[in-house]
Every structure is written in structure tokens, then in C-alpha cells.
Write a protein that binds this ligand. Sequence first.
Ligand code: NAD
Length: 479
Amino acid sequence: MGEIYQNLIGGTWRKADDASENRSPSDITDLIGMFARGGAKDVTEATDAAELAFPAWSRSNPQVRADLLDRIATEITRREAEIALMLAREEGKVLPEALAETRRAAHVFRFFAGETLRLKGDAVASVRPDVDVEVTREPLGIVGLITPWNFPIAIPAWKIAPALAYGNCVIFKPAEQTPGSAHLLAQIIHEAGCPAGVFNLVMGRGSVVGEAMTSDPRISGISFTGSVPVGRHLAGTCAANMKKLQMEMGGKNPMIVMDDADLQTAVSVCLNGAFYQTGQRCTASSRLIVQSGIHDAFVAEVEKQLKALKVGHALTEDMQIGPVASESQLNSNLSYVALAAEEGCEVLGGERLNRDTNGFFQAPALFLGSKNSMRSAREEIFGPCASVIRVEDFEEAVSVANDTQFGLSSGICTTNLRNAREFKRRSAAGMVMVNLPTAGVDYHVPFGGRKASSYGSREQGSYAAEFYTSVKTAYTFAG
Ligand code: NAD
């Protein structure tokens, strides 16, 4: 066994009792490395270190925090090719997607470098004479950050950057499938001069490391991104332990295509939204709700372009769709393809593909003739699969779009301003797109959804302060 990439606890790389292999989903013979698999003891030690670091860090000059975040952003940019290669290798996204995600992470750190200096409070007139009232924001405390595998550097960045910017100490637990990107980011944060204990990396299983984080009373808040079942469980444990909680979870995002849409725009928006990044985006357009007049032309064009999409090894030049991230995810996707057929859909694509390397490749799938009541149209698949649901008019389209337990992102392709305006108002989702894919957002504005997709305050942009700070109201009598 070669080098084991270790956890970062209290400013040192610490050995864990166990380690796990990280292999590429494009080629399971490609061993990326062995990564520490921490336990509850590591979470306790990381929390001890964070507790020691918190008093000084929480009161540090904001310029110190701004400079640290700026150095991290610069280093991510300097090492972007290396980081993107790691993302592509361990998660399976194609290199241009991996590079774009890495650049986003750098932008996020740079944005929050500025935010350290923009945190505002209020001075309010009191209802009592000679009393001043001030409302200020203070760091929340020690925060636990739990992330999924599908954006292994962007999601950690949009949690870690605001946490540090506002003076919190961090325990970061990345997904088991993508420790390599997390380890690179931890190296960068450490080498940029982050004080010992302010930022800690504890890799390991959700059921062990994640559980330990949600039960330690010294951790004030948990920011989680992942699936609804795990989120539901965390909501219970965090409430029992009185922890502040913020969660971003799954989606079954609708994209409406109206008869008046520009066909080529609609096709490219839907192909991108449904299938890029192998459909493994919480904001993926997995329900294509298409008005009858354009339905057949739309399906014919999507089918043609779908067949031309290149699926294969994430590191091959010009590849468009990488592998599914893991064998278990591939098996789950294939079972949904079979289910859609059983439910009466005509299934185009969706089969497992053989390539030169032993990876988890799957042809993108369209479920034609789908109904919104079908399980294949209601449950999040999290793979390259989209249901096509035919509707008669705008009213039916909006009602189908909103008829879901989720509410993350939604979209409409239309050239009619009234349809666009009306849909933006009536969509029951946290993010609404007009003539743009449901996936793909800016980094300086709030990100999040409604219903089962989200819980707690929004992430990203200046709205991130809602979670990472605690409000204090101070009264002074100067009579
Ligand atoms: P997951 O819920 O299985 O795991 C997410 C994280 O939670 C991992 O780090 C995992 O180790 C940890 N975890 C698991 N059990 C835990 C427990 N008992 N206590 C604490 N932590 C635990 O999700 P995944 O498979 O990694 O990611 C896919 C899911 O993430 C999809 O549902 C997708 O929609 C969602 N997602 C949502 C967003 C968003 O912003 N809304 C973004 C990306 C992914």
C-alpha cells in the first residue's frame, strides 16, 4: 500500500485507523489513491482543535480573513489543471466541466474575500429614552459541512468560503466517493496559512463521521448537501441536538417547452439540462414538459442530437458525457430505465455501454409518452434519464411542473413574454430559468429550492450570512 492521504486536524495531517480506495469510474483499474477513513474519535479531535482556534479566529480582523480567502482563490486558479484532472478522474465529469467547476470554486473564494468587509448590522432608534440599539452579526461557531460527490470542489467551496469569511471554524466531511478533490482543497487552505484548527478535514463514512458531527454539542450548525432521505434523518438529529441546519437536496426539475419556443434553443437547453454532467446534477431537467404542437418535432430533433452525443472516458479529448459516478448509481439508473418501460413509456437509449476501459458508461435515456404520475417521473434518478410529458396548454404545463415533492429549479422555453412572466411568478421552485437550462447558475446570488429540495436559509451570495452568522441585539443606556 502506498501513501495514504490523511485527514487535516488541528493543522496537522493525522493518521486515521482505516483507509479506503478511490478508483476512477471511467476505468476501475485506475487507482487514484488511498484516503483516510476517519471515525468518531477524529471528529472529536477536530472539534477540540476548532474549539481552541475559535476565540482568536472569530475576533480576527476581517482583512486577515479576506487575505486568506484571496490567497486560496489564487492558488486554486494556479493549480486549476491539476484540480480539474482530479475531479474528472474521481467523479467522471468530462475535463471542460471539471475545469469550469474548478474556476467556479476560485470565484466563490474571491467573492467571499470581499464579503468579509461587507458584513453589515443595523443601528436602530430605541422606544426608550437615551437608549441605543445595535443589531450585529457574529460568527455562528464551529460548523460541520457535509457534501455530496457530484460537485466535489464547487459545493465545498460555497460552504467553506462563507464559513471562514464570517469567522467560523470548520469541520469538513466530503463524500466518500470524492476524497481526492477535498484533499487538494484542504492542502490549499492549509498552505495558504489558515490557522491550526480553523479548518479541519475529516474524510470517512456518512454513517460514522457525519453522525458524529451531528451529535457533538459543540458544533453549532450543519450545512448539508445531499439526498432527501439522509437530509430527513439529519433534520431529526440536528433538531434533537438544537443545531442550526441548512440543507440542499434533490430535484425532479421541470423544463416546459411551449409551442412558441424556438426549436433549436429548446433542444439545446433540454439536452444540456438533462444530460450534461451525465445528468448527475440536483438541478438537472429530468421532466421535459412539451406542448403538443411542438412535441413531435422536438422529440425527433432531441433524438437525433442525443444519438450524436459522445459518451466515454472522462479524460478523452472532446468527450461530452462521462461515466456514471459509481456502479451502484449505474445499477440504480438501469433499474429506473426498466421501470419506465414497465410503466408504459417508449424508452430511447438508457442501456449500459461498453468502452475500451472498464467504466460505468450509460447511453442517455429519454422516456417518451411519460405521465407525471409515474414513479419514473416522480422520483429523482440522478442519472442521464429524462421523462417527456406531453401537455395541451400553458395551464396544464404549469400544473404538471409544480406537481412534485421537489422545488429546486424549473424552466420554460418560450418566445412569449406573457408565458415567461407568468411562469416565473407561478413556478413553485427556488430558481426559475427562461430559455436557459435548469442547471447552471451564477455564484454571487442565492442558490436553493423549496419543498423537499431545501431546508433552512439559502446558500451563496450575501444570503450565506443568514446561516453562517448569529444575530445579536445590543442595548446601551447612556443617560
Ligand atoms: P447522500 O445524501 O448519499 O450523501 C451526501 C453526504 O451525506 C455524503 O457526504 C455522505 O457521506 C453524507 N451522509 C450520509 N449519511 C449520513 C448520515 N447519517 N449523517 C451525516 N451525513 C451522512 O448524497 P450523494 O449520493 O452524495 O449525492 C447525491 C444527492 O445530492 C442527490 O439527491 C442530489 O440531488 C443531491 N444534491 C443536491 C444539491 C443541491 O444543492 N440541492 C447539489 C448536489 C447534489
